[in-house]
Design a protein around this ligand. Structure first.
Ligand code: 5GP
Length: 206
């Protein structure tokens, strides 16, 4: 069976990637979304095992020691990491897996899995980013300032991504993301079996 496509979606906090991901999963049931572990405290309404696996620092560091993560990073004072077992299990079942993670982790995965598709989601402007962060109303001023600074740092790594998606319309961004993943399935490097069969049928190899 052909392995699934591993897609990494990153974007500044406030890029609307959470909304795009929700819409992608509700419109297109075929994707497996990896649930990360984190040491940050749950926000209102977040449940353990749904949005994240909420861990203490000690628990998280124990998992690092056990090599349980495909990647992990420190983001604004907290650990975030992708449990490796789920990702590999789903890819081996032929499922397309999506990781919604920040830039340091994304680049770690790209080093390990060169066929991973890296997509960076951005609002159309810096001003729009700040407006969205403030509109969310769940974070203090200090956290917003630190997330804007962080966005500046993250923007340095945008050029390392395969594709940049502008999220000024959630429906359009969702469908563009879906189409990008679909087209990965057509990559020649993922279709060696098909190429071999056609070549055999043409009598040019056995
Ligand atoms: P938040 O605290 O707003 O849920 O997430 C903060 C940042 O951490 C976001 O950019 C999110 O994509 C990223 N993130 C979530 N899970 C992971 C993970 O498993 N690994 C890494 N490297 N980043 C993650």
């Amino acid at each position: 069976m052909t392995k699934g496509v591993l897609t990494i979606v990153s974007g500044f906090a406030g890029s609307g990637k959470g909304t795009v991901m929700k819409q992608l999963l509700s419109r297109h049931g075929e994707y497996a979304l990896s649930i990360s572990a984190t040491t940050r405290k749950p926000r209102k309404g977040e449940r353990d095992g749904v949005e994240y696996f909420f861990k203490t620092k000690e628990e998280f560091e124990k998992m690092i020691g056990e090599h349980a993560f495909l990647e992990y990073a420190n983001y604004v004072g907290n650990y975030y990491g992708t449990p490796a077992s789920y990702v590999d299990e789903q890819l081996n079942l032929g499922k397309d897996v999506i990781l919604e993670i920040e830039v340091q982790g994304a680049l770690q995965v790209k080093k390990l899995r060169s066929d991973a598709l890296l997509v960076f989601l951005t609002p159309p402007s810096g001003a729009e980013l700040e407006r969205r962060l403030r509109g969310r109303g769940t974070e203090t001023d200090e956290v917003i300032r630190s997330r804007m600074r962080r966005a500046g740092e993250e923007s340095e790594l945008m050029s390392s991504y395969d594709y940049i998606l502008i999220n000024d319309d959630v429906d359009r961004a969702t469908e563009e993301l879906h189409n990008l993943i679909r087209s990965q399935h057509l990559a020649a490097s993922r279709n060696e079996e098909l190429i071999g069969r056609i070549r055999r049928e043409l009598g040019v190899c056995r």
